[in-house]
Design a protein around this ligand. Sequence first.
Ligand SMILES: Nc1nc2c(ncn2[C@@H]2O[C@H](COP(=O)(O)OP(=O)(O)OP(=O)(O)O)[C@@H](O)[C@H]2O)c(=O)[nH]1
Ligand SMILES: [Zn+2]
Length: 353
Amino acid sequence: MNWRLTDAYDEYGDFSEDDVRIRPPRKGSKPRTKQRPTHDDAVTGFVVTVDRGRYTCVLEHDEDVYVTAATARELGRGAVVVGDRVALVGDVSGEPGSLARIVRVAERETLLRRSADDTDQVERIIVANADQLCVVVAAINPEPRPRLIDRYLIAAYDAGIEPILVITKTDLHPADELRALVEPLGVPVFTSAINEEPSDELLDALAGHTTVMVGHSGVGKSTLVNALVPDADRATGHVNAVTGRGRHTSSSSLALPLPEGGWIIDTPGVRSFGLGHVDANAITDAFPAIANVVDECPRGCTHRASSPDCELDAAIAAGDLDALSTMRVHSIRRLLDSLAPEPVADAGDSPSP
Ligand SMILES: Nc1nc2c(ncn2[C@@H]2O[C@H](COP(=O)(O)OP(=O)(O)OP(=O)(O)O)[C@@H](O)[C@H]2O)c(=O)[nH]1
Ligand SMILES: [Zn+2]
């Protein structure tokens, strides 16, 4: 079984059935959570999962203690997500049946959000405070989806989160073509195979970071997480003990502690990102070769196939873009066309919906 980049760019849609959208915090916006009076007795915790209004938090000063908490009424629903650092009061013993209360949420460094599809304005937050997005792609089986990878990268850059790529199943197929897809963008690439220990390079890249794992179903995300977090079962066991479930069946994200420090956040059900909120410039900015060209575009150019005088057309005609960048231009234009209707021509900063 084989695959070719040129065909792969063409054949696969960007979306799977559970498309999501990531929306970064608006620039300059304040965190949504209201600051409340300090609780002097509060301790700090890190939210590892959310299940039916119950939050499982690891205490910052004792990472073996998993506390179940509810949110204080003033915080409201949905105010706390996985990755949040929170102030806890009440029973923080972590004993079975105990319940603490989250009274504050620390200001977030980053925010990943999603919505059901491109047209759905209702967004759900995936994760707070991640500083790395790990895109997991199989070298084969399932075949890579370059346009989906592009979407992940755009979403990461737009949210201010550094992307890395892990190519799995390299025991079945070489990683070269996939590597060539993202290395020119400066994205660090790592490989992994089921019967090998995770590479030191990958462990180093993850150590001390809060990394969100994303990838299409079947690429080997769970296999990789289990290799990276040998204690995964134990950590999951803690969570299940507090949520009272037989196993972690929630569709919520789950943060697992890395032995080297830092967190891996597994995101079941997050397979692709709709990018309806991202403007044309954020999309082209993700790819340096393309960003250089569109810098010369007329003011207000949306860089779509229908845009008159878009410099991308001139660059392709003149052979200034290599084959990969040219494929990517077509991919990006398809992406732009699938978004909202073309904005009004002179809108430098189109208002947010
Ligand atoms: N040959 C080979 N098979 C692998 C590798 N990694 C994972 N697999 C297999 O690929 C299949 C899918 O792996 P999972 O880890 O369940 O994939 P996933 O991405 O978590 O899939 P979802 O749970 O559907 O999101 C399993 O049968 C794994 O054994 C690898 O490096 N090499
Ligand atoms: Zn243009």
